[in-house]
Ligand binder design. Structure first.
Ligand SMILES: Nc1ncnc2c1ncn2[C@@H]1O[C@H](COP(=O)(O)OP(=O)(O)OP(=O)(O)O)[C@@H](O)[C@H]1O
Ligand SMILES: [Mg+2]
Length: 304
């Protein structure tokens, strides 16, 4: 009798320890040693330069000695693969379905950039069991210590998954062009960002400008409207000139930063990177830096 009671106690203890370990693992989502900053790039209108910015900004941060991972969060089109001229054998789909590990799907790009290809098959995310979710988060967390910035190219508009990325990211970069429709769509997108994100930190990038003045003028106008109607302070992170070399780089499937490293476009993208870094280093934008594990855990939480 005594023997059986002891056995039961041992089993109960084991279960309790397991639960404690599980709870600790979950709370560790927010307590890892190196916490990467997650940057989500979004826009109102499509085709305004999100993927161009994502790819070249990621490489410019790598060139500044930062460790960067780039995720293609565009559901339909594998923008980043095309832009970098890579044909990944495996994608996040293989990781989600348990067929491959994170190491097996990551592709090493220029300057050590870690490319996590293709978020296709993401619809599956909505039907995962909690054990599967835990396994995927554990897998994605393997690179937690190897990454300072995770850049996620989210695609345009608002879908459940894009909203989840935006909500979970530490900072959102909003891209617009000078086109009036792009500006009004950026404003609507910003309203959504503010609505879903509690600690909003949003940086504006004006792409395809004729000159610096145009970039500043558009940013100032948008910032004024945001302040007035949304009571929101929009940060201006920089502008990028309109230049045919960007289209040429897309056609040649090479990032413009490696094709034309001395161009003004590349200097402007590098300046955006420097702006992000210096704001981080001055503690201006460093408040929100929750790491990859917390990011993915939040994404799954929001998708529930
Ligand atoms: N600064 C620029 N100067 C000239 N052309 C540009 C510039 N930025 C982007 N483009 C052009 O716009 C096209 C769309 O850019 P990109 O794919 O980066 O936009 P996107 O916002 O990611 O699009 P989508 O919403 O479809 O994902 C590119 O193929 C390129 O030709
Ligand atoms: Mg794109």
């Amino acid at each position: 009798m005594k023997d059986q009671a002891e056995k039961l106690r041992a089993v109960a203890n084991e279960l309790r320890n397991q639960n404690e370990a599980e709870t600790a693992a979950v709370s560790n989502f927010t307590l890892t040693a190196n916490q990467a900053k997650v940057i989500a790039i979004t826009s109102g209108k499509g085709g305004v330069g999100k993927s161009t910015l994502a790819v070249n900004l990621a490489i410019s941060l790598c060139m500044n000695g930062k460790r960067v991972a780039l995720v293609d969060g565009d559901l339909g089109l594998a923008n980043i693969d095309i832009m970098l001229g890579i044909t990944p054998e495996y994608t996040l789909h293989h990781l989600i379905t348990g067929k491959k590990s994170l190491e097996e799907i990551i592709i090493e790009g220029l300057f050590g950039l870690k490319i996590i290809p293709g978020w296709s098959g993401i619809e599956n995310l909505l039907d995962l069991s909690s054990d599967e979710v835990k396994r995927i988060i554990a897998e994605l967390s393997k690179i937690e210590d190897q990454v300072d910035y995770l850049i996620i190219d989210t695609g345009a508009g608002i879908s459940k998954i894009i909203t989840a990325f935006i909500k979970a990211a530490d900072i959102v970069l909003l891209v617009t062009t000078p086109e009036p429709t792009s500006i009004t769509d950026a404003y609507s997108a910003l309203k959504n960002v503010i609505e879903v994100k509690e600690n909003k930190e949003v940086g504006l990038i004006v792409n395809r400008v004729v000159n610096r003045r145009e970039g500043i003028r558009i940013a100032a106008r948008l910032a004024e409207v945001c302040e007035k109607f949304l009571n929101f302070k929009l940060q201006f992170l920089g502008y990028i000139s309109n230049n045919n070399i960007v289209g040429e780089a897309v056609t040649r499937q090479r990032p413009v930063i490696s094709l034309y490293p001395n161009s003004s476009v590349v200097e402007e993208i590098t300046a955006i990177g420097r702006e992000l870094l210096s704001a981080d280093e001055n503690g201006q934008t460093g408040k929100e830096r929750h790491g990859l594990t917390a990011f993915f855990a939040k994404v799954f939480e929001f998708l529930k």
